[in-house]
Design a protein around this ligand. Sequence first.
Ligand code: PEP
Ligand code: MN
Length: 344
Amino acid sequence: MLVVMSQQATAEEVDAVVAAIEGKGYTARPIPGGERVAIGVLHNKGAVDASHFLGLPGVKEVIPVTRPYKLVSREFQLEDTVIQVGDVFIGDGDLTLIAGPCAVESEAQCLKIAQIVKRAGAHLFRGGAFKPRTSRYSFQGLGEKGLKILAKVREATGLPVVTEALDTDTFGLVEDYTDVIQIGARNMQNFSLLRRAGRSSKPVLVKRGLAATIEEWLMAAEYILESGNTQVILCERGVRTFAHHSRNTLDLSAVAAVCKESHLPVIVDPSHAAGRRDQVIPLSRAGVAVGAHGLMVEVHYNPEEALSDGAQSLYPEQFEMLCREIQAVFDAFQPSGPVRQKKT
Ligand code: PEP
Ligand code: MN
């Protein structure tokens, strides 16, 4: 439930409503908004009786929340959430491009790719230091050494970095080095990891699980917001289907659905969806056309020798081409109306 205060409500009236909600044993979560001050009611079991709050001074209306997720929903917050990472704003109406290798392999490899993607137009650099690999015998990542390389990339290029935190043991280490913490598809329902991410002061990028419904995906993000971190970016990276022509199936309708359901920014990862280079550019165009706020793309100058995901990594010239053409696609499909209101 959401208790909406009138525009003229005083701070004391808001505090009194918070106290009334907590007096009933629920959690009150004030939601700052451009248009209205509202207070979310959390941790209620079953329906909440609106009459407890309707008569209180300053209360304009009480809106029932129909979704199983609350803080991430547009029922709680109508305006888009904008995430700031350094000088980059994700979800503010501009297209965000995140690019880099699947895995951090060496300092020279990362610096070279970072320079390539920066010159082409990327806003953030990606690279895994802790890699979630299906096979125990595949490259598992450089660990802390990889994180140090990412810090050097940021220093050398000015690009903020995105990297995955694989478990709660190493979360703090990753958090110390990176600008954005990625929760990978395989960890989307690792609830202790999500709770830990919720206590971080850094933005978190939550990938959709391999076979997660959008409801499960949004509930995963809800764990992070409920724990206190409102800086969450959602990433559609394809789900497992019967298809063999691609590694996964990029769920374009999920992007449209989630942009409508949630105020959080949504980006598309065409690389893990496709699993093969030739589909990455077409899927990037489609993802942006359907409403994604950004893309995360794997790039490597020598993908044949890459230690992971070489088959889906774009060659530098392909990424440059993508950057040249994608802005026009984004501009052509900017929706207007309440779903894309800018936060004031
Ligand atoms: C990655 O981004 O390199 C990765 C492992 O992604 P996912 O969790 O989507 O498979
Ligand atoms: Mn990868």
